[in-house]
Design a binder for this molecule. Structure first.
Ligand SMILES: [Zn+2]
Length: 273
């Protein structure tokens, strides 16, 4: 208690109880401030977390960059896949390539390169210019065709057995083409066979016995006689028309074989000087 008349300064205002209460209040304030500070920090921390979470929008903004999908626009080529229909006409073009869509050549029938059934051999392939003799300069211009996929009869006695492979150079291309057509026609089960080509012995033109009157393009190597192998006469009508489609200038179905000739430049005058 304060005694009256006693200076306040001399009075000790802090009783032990007061001091205790004061200290308690002080601590209470202190804890209260501390709590507020912690609460504020907590709130700020939460706010930071949210702020840190907000970067997600940046990822969202990046997401639109994912719209780089436009780069995936190369998918657009899909419509370009539509040009495939344009390829359909190509498929339709295949039947056009059907080889030799012509009727078989009947027995005794002939056909020229122009498709004429009346044009004779001298008109279609040209007349025989000479009879090439073995060992002559023109003889040396003949070519020897040796193709393992082609059969050669070679029935003559040596050295004439090699004449079945001797040909005018213009014969090589149509023979090669005919060989392809035959393999395509009969699937490799039937081969092309050459029974006669160049002939120095004048065996062709049978009725004619006079050598100076014998006439045949075989003597220039511009004619060949063809069969199938194995031999199948029923196939010769087709074989002859295939020879026409292969590029021979004149083809005749002689029944036992197809006679085919070309209009190549005669070798007879090649060595004349
Ligand atoms: Zn012939």
């Amino acid at each position: 208690m304060i005694e009256p008349g006693r200076p306040v300064s001399q009075h000790n205002p802090w009783s032990r109880l007061d001091y205790f209460i004061f200290r308690k209040k002080l601590l209470h304030r202190h804890w209260r401030r501390l709590f507020l500070v912690l609460l504020t920090l907590t709130l700020l921390a939460c706010a930071n977390v949210r702020l840190e979470l907000t970067p997600s929008p940046t990822t969202l903004s990046a997401a639109p960059t994912a719209t780089t999908r436009p780069t995936s626009t190369p998918w657009v080529p899909l419509p370009t896949a539509t040009p495939s229909p344009t390829s359909t006409p190509i498929v339709r073009a295949i039947p056009v390539q059907q080889p030799c869509p012509l009727p078989d050549l009947a027995l005794g029938q002939f056909i020229s390169a122009s498709g004429s059934y009346t044009e004779t051999e001298p008109v279609a392939s040209g007349r025989m210019a000479c009879r090439i003799e073995r060992g002559s300069c023109a003889y040396d211009q003949l070519v020897g065709l040796v193709d393992p996929t082609i059969r050669y009869k070679r029935e003559e006695t040596p050295p004439f057995d090699t004449e079945d492979i001797l040909l005018h150079p213009a014969m090589v291309a149509p023979l090669a083409r005919l060989n392809e057509l035959i393999q395509a026609e009969w699937g490799g089960l039937t081969q092309l066979r050459i029974t006669d080509a160049y002939d120095s012995r004048l065996d062709h033109d049978p009725p004619q016995t006079a050598a100076n009157r014998a006439y045949s393009l075989h003597y220039e190597g511009r004619a060949v006689d063809l069969t199938t192998f194995p031999v199948d006469w029923d196939k010769y009508g087709r074989l002859c028309i295939l020879a026409h489609c292969a590029g021979f200038d004149w083809v005749l179905n002689e029944g036992s074989h197809c006679h085919a000739s070309v209009a190549g430049l005669s070798l007879c005058g090649q060595c004349d000087k």
